[in-house]
Design a protein around this ligand. Structure first.
Ligand code: SF4
Length: 334
């Protein structure tokens, strides 16, 4: 069977587990933290996303239209190659929403992450995330690339949400985990670790044991975009996932990284009918505003994005980032 366009059929070892994967990584094939199974349905449009979100939360019990293709149709080639590499039948889980990386029945949030992680609703981004993984950066030429949408990461029970922009092409798009394996993540996780909100100071690869205990990190766009710039349509499409995840988490505090993160939060707030989002409050580093959601007050704190540009120009320093994280973790104390 032919690989899908933009795929790298070579099997390369995961940097932590050593298990070999092609690029993109087949859903349910054993990548650390993969929320999907080989039978997780693929969303190809905004309407599919809306249906998937309802399916995740139990408002729908099954797909009621046919445009959804099973993942296994597009990754059969990879299943075959993984199977050959392991000398037998590939161990590819079944579940989508009946199997998750955690024990027991999956929660609506876990189901949502499974759907997100195989979404193909933005054709340009599907092509780009695969192209990045096919070409690879020289430093990572010996690694498989995740090259799928990067799911949210961290503890939903904390009800504190960090909103970035989109996965970096050779960071999260490679590692499959938010802010993992890139310079921005090194800044963010160092600050969270110092504040006691995660279990490791560094985050270089999924499967390293990192847990973000004090927050949940959600990218408003789950796929790496060219030049780090999603189009308005891509942002609007991915926002359907974001809105549903915010409804499920019901945050009491949000740290918005950069102007785009800030705008994304207030666009979600407007979609959910929050009070205090119009006119949109002005972004400022370590400045906070309070808005009212269905579930109560939400503190929104602005923070310069820990991008290489912002850190190299010292627009964002370690002290400034620590200060914003402290405001965020202390806001909305229950
Ligand atoms: S950006 Fe979001 S909506 Fe678009 S393909 Fe990726 S996960 Fe799907």
């Amino acid at each position: 069977m032919k690989p899908p366009e933009g795929a790298d059929s070579r099997l390369l070892p995961h940097p932590v587990t050593g298990q070999k994967f092609p690029t993109p990584v087949p859903p349910g094939s054993g990548w650390p933290g993969d929320p999907a199974g080989s039978d997780t349905p693929v969303c190809r449009s905004r309407e599919d996303i809306l249906r998937a979100a309802k399916l995740a939360t139990g408002e729908l019990v099954e797909w009621i239209q046919e445009p959804v293709e099973r993942v296994e149709d597009s990754v059969e080639w990879a299943r075959e190659s993984v199977g050959k590499a392991h000398g037998g039948t590939p161990s590819i889980g079944h579940a989508g929403h009946s199997r998750s990386s955690e024990e027991g029945l999956p929660t609506p949030l876990q189901k949502l992450q499974a759907f997100i992680s195989v979404c193909e609703a933005c054709p340009r981004l599907v092509g780009w995330r695969r192209q990045l993984g096919e070409e690879k950066r020289a430093a990572y030429s010996d690694q498989p690339y995740w090259s799928r949408p990067v799911p949210s990461f961290g503890n939903p029970e904390a009800r504190r949400v960090i909103v970035g922009l989109a996965p970096s092409g050779h960071g999260s798009n490679r590692t499959g985990r938010n802010f993992t394996g890139d310079p921005s993540g090194r800044w963010l996780y160092r600050a969270l670790f110092k504040a006691g909100a995660c279990t490791r100071e560094t985050s270089e690869a999924a499967g390293d044991g990192m847990e973000v205990t004090g927050a949940r990190i959600i990218p408003p766009v789950h796929c790496a975009p060219p030049q780090n710039k999603p189009t308005p349509t891509e942002m609007e499409t991915c926002r359907q996932w974001f809105v549903r995840e915010m409804q499920l988490i019901q945050p009491i505090a949000i740290l918005a990284l950069g102007q785009i993160g800030w705008n994304s939060v207030f666009q979600v707030g407007a979609a959910l009918g929050w009070k205090g989002v119009r006119p949109r409050p002005k972004f400022g580093h370590n400045s906070s505003v309070r808005v009212m959601a269905d579930w109560g007050e939400v503190a929104v704190i602005g923070c310069y994005h820990p991008s290489q540009r912002n850190t190299s120009t010292k627009l964002l320093t370690e002290e400034k980032l620590d200060a914003a994280i402290a405001t965020f973790l202390g806001a909305g104390d229950r």
